[in-house]
Design a protein around this ligand. Structure first.
Ligand code: NOJ
Length: 469
């Protein structure tokens, strides 16, 4: 089971989840600083990322983990408000630049390729105060920030992700109000935010394309989350259609405009429009792109970056009462097969990743694919011997192998989420996704490899599963 020569084996983190140093050296507050400091039990035990893994001061410890694994790629994110404390280039924090320069230089000196995410959920609070992703003004701020990053780090960083999981962000932050700013706008805010996120991504891609690509020769994409879905009753036409809609609302919603034609999937447009009508809205709650915007958005990704965690069965559920919400618009019910084992929301369905990869290859013209996240949590406290979790990862790697060999999917890189146990958003430190255990009670935040880390290191060394447990 040897993977193609040069296959990339990585691990990922994100700034707010690992760095700490929330107000160190001139960093401005992000929405997650504000949200966690407000308390109110919206985050498990009111935990915060104030210290997290301490990576702001302990980067060298992270580097040791990266070297121990033998990673070829390391994906991390830049904290926008560490670099630009109020979100604008009006004031640039040199200490922030120095921190990321060191990470990038150390990675390259050790032969590790950086994959850098510009924005992973932690919007500068100053921009949220002006409306955040509900306001079009943020698009310009994001574009300027992206240009600043390309010009500051792009001589060395060649693989960029503009935005992490715009779908999850739009849904959790602006529709359901579970993520900061914490205010729900059921059935409207998510679409409005998603609309602006897509335009912001496209603007940043064009900035790279016209101002930096020639000299820097890098690649820019956006990281999209999608679970896999199967119709609950494979013989039911309604369930089959519901499965298609479920993928259309979560994945194609972003991928179709960006990779194909600058516009949302028809099925999304028609469902939101007819539901809006039923609810008495004068027009669809889903905003429309102008023809000019469609042209601007189309073709703005140099590779396909995707995340896979889990799968669900789906059933058609008519939204009879016209309830407001994105799932309600899709008229889909999601639930697990009773035989699937789970940790939290992650039902372990290894074959789902192969199906998702095949779907992307078929639908999006066999693009180069990077899996920028893939993982399974353990509940706290987690045993260092996580052989059971490893068993799941091993099955996942077998599925990746089949996807490459049998389905001829153009998969080039796989990054595990995450290098370290870290701050898992509203679940705080109760959900441990790391390859390395972190002791959050100990000020030194020691990192200790789980069995999975040791086995993953073998996979990387052998470029395949040979010799693994
Ligand atoms: C995806 C997100 O990008 C990441 O921040 C999160 O920790 C993982 N999913 C696990 O939930």
């Amino acid at each position: 089971m040897a993977f193609p020569a040069g296959f990339g084996w990585g691990a990922a983190t994100a700034a707010y989840q690992v760095e700490g140093g929330w107000n160190a050296d001139g960093k401005g507050p992000s929405v997650w600083d504000t949200f966690t400091h407000q308390g109110g039990e919206r985050v498990f035990k009111n935990q915060t990322g104030d210290v997290a893994c301490g990576s702001y001061t302990l980067w060298e410890e992270d580097l040791k983990c990266i070297k121990q694994l033998g990673l070829t790629h390391y994906r991390f994110s830049l904290s926008w408000s560490r670099l630009l404390p109020d979100g604008t280039t009006g004031f640039i924090n040199q200490k922030g630049i120095a921190y990321y320069n060191k990470i990038i230089d150390d990675l390259l000196a050790n032969g590790v390729i950086p994959i850098v995410t510009l924005y992973h959920f932690d919007l500068p609070q100053a921009l949220e105060d002006q409306g955040g992703w509900l306001s079009e003004a943020v698009i310009d701020s994001f574009n300027k920030y992206a240009q600043f990053c390309f010009s500051t780090f792009g001589d060395r960083v060649k693989q960029w992700i503009t935005i992490n999981e715009p779908g999850i962000l739009a849904l959790f932050a602006y529709d359901l109000g579970m993520f900061p700013p914490g205010v729900p706008h059921f059935g409207t805010g998510g679409y409005q935010a998603a609309h602006n996120l897509i335009k912001a991504h496209a603007r940043a891609w064009h900035s790279y394309d016209s101002l930096f690509r020639k000299e820097q020769k890098g690649m820019v994409s956006i990281a999209l989350f999608s679970g896999w879905v199967e119709p609950a009753d494979p013989n039911s036409m309604a369930d089959q259609e519901a499965a298609k809609r479920a993928i259309a609302f979560q994945l194609d919603f972003f991928a179709k405009p960006i990779f194909i034609d600058g516009d949302y999937p028809e099925v999304v447009k028609s469902h939101v429009a007819s539901m809006s009508k039923k609810q008495g809205y004068p027009s669809s709650r889903l905003p429309e792109f102008t023809e000019e915007e469609k042209k601007m958005i189309k073709g703005t990704a140099d590779f396909f970056a995707m995340h896979y965690y889990t799968a669900r069965l789906v059933k058609y559920r008519e939204n009879e009462k016209g309830e407001l919400g994105i799932c309600q618009d899709a008229e889909v019910d999601f639930f697990p097969d009773p035989s699937w084992k789970s940790v939290d929301w992650v039902y372990m369905v290894p074959w789902g990743i192969r199906k998702l990869l095949k779907y992307i290859a078929d639908m999006y013209n066999n693009p180069v694919i990077y899996i920028t996240e893939l993982g399974l949590p353990q509940k706290d406290p987690a045993p260092l011997d996580d052989t059971q979790r490893w068993e799941y990862f091993r099955q996942i790697f077998q599925e990746l192998f089949k996807a490459i060999q049998l389905d001829k999917v153009n998969l080039k890189v796989c990054c595990m989420w995450s290098l370290l146990d870290n701050f898992e958003w509203t679940q705080g430190y109760s959900s441990r996704f790391g390859l390395f255990h972190v002791d959050f009670e100990d000020p030194a935040r020691p990192r200790v490899p789980y069995t999975s880390a040791k086995e993953y290191a073998k996979i990387i060394r052998n470029n395949g599963l040979e010799g693994c447990l």
